[in-house]
Every structure is written in C-alpha cells, then in structure tokens.
Write a protein that binds this ligand. Sequence first.
Ligand code: IMP
Ligand code: MG
Length: 185
Amino acid sequence: MKPKIKILIPVKKIKKRISELGKEITDYYKNKVSEKKPLVVIVIQKGASIFGADLIREIKLPLDLRFMRVASYRGRTSPQGNPEIFDKIQSGIGNDHVLVVEDILDTGKTLAFVDDCLQKLHPASLNFAVLLIKIIKRQTKIPKVKFKAFKVADKFVVGYGLDYNEIYRNLPYVGILENKNKITK
Ligand code: IMP
Ligand code: MG
C-alpha cells in the first residue's frame, strides 16, 4: 500500500521557527560562551541531524559540534525498552555549556537517559533543544526542555529527519504517516 503523508508543519513554518529558536539560543548563551569556551552542541543521531544542521546555522556564537547516537529500541526490538548509547561524544564536556539537540520528545525515555549520561560528565550547564514535543501524559520523569520548536498531537510523524523504518528522513516538511500499520518493508 502506498504511504499517505499529511503535511503537518510545512517548510516555511519550520524555517521561521528555527530562525527564532536560533535567536533565543544565541541570546541565552551570548555571555556564557566564547572562542576559548565554545558552546558544545550535541546532535542526537540520526533523527535530529537535519534539525541540528539548520539550527546551528542560526546560532550566532562559537560552537563545537558533536554527535551522539542513541537507539531507543522501540517496539519489537526492545525487550526492556531502554535506550542505549552507540556512539559516545568524542571528548570531555566537563565545565562546558552543553546544548543537546533532539528530534522529538515522546515518552521522554531517550532524553532522560541522555540527561543522566551527560550529567555524569559534569558540564557547566546542560540544556535541550527539541524540534517536536508530543502532547501526551508521561510516566517517565523528564528533564526540562528549555528550547522547543513545536508541540504536536500524539500521532506518528515523519520527515525533516524523522523516520519510519529508516525511510522519510529526507522529506523537507514534518508530516503525519497515516497508514503506518499497513506499510510493509
Ligand atoms: P522517547 O524515548 O519515547 O521520547 O522517543 C524518542 C525517540 O523515538 C525519538 O528520538 C525518535 O527517534 C523516536 N520517535 C518517537 N516518536 C516518533 C514519531 O512520531 N516519529 C518518528 N520517530 C519517533
Ligand atoms: Mg531519535
């Protein structure tokens, strides 16, 4: 069956919001970071790669770009449902101001896990920038998200970095995948 994707957040709206978010982040960190002590931006792969690439170009400050890969083991692949780190950040973040960039906050397990791992490395500060916040009731205690782009209803979304079975990350907009359960790989 052909997938049906309904556009939820069009390209123009994403661009505008990311530009605003970049300004908010720039304002917040402008007196805290410098060339000597850049803002450490950790983009969570793969979902936040597109958002992260656009967002960092709207942050007008010296920054050090890093990546982390976390598998949330959703659905069948997860007996326990606990996230796991694959690629660790390459060097220490002790005393650095750190901004983690994530694609979506769903149950919050991934963010809580990343928060826990990074707090142990004693950054000077740790904040989160998240593209989409799903409006749901959460059981997990989640870290506060300081920079949020959009709130979305509890639907499965794809595009602008987000996937379903690794497909759709390259869509320039965020859309709702309407017939998800009927798609076979
Ligand atoms: P959480 O740990 O439940 O908050 O889930 C976070 C991860 O699940 C995200 O980083 C995404 O990779 C994935 N995810 C959650 N909801 C969606 C969705 O609607 N579309 C695509 N991926 C999602
Ligand atoms: Mg993800």
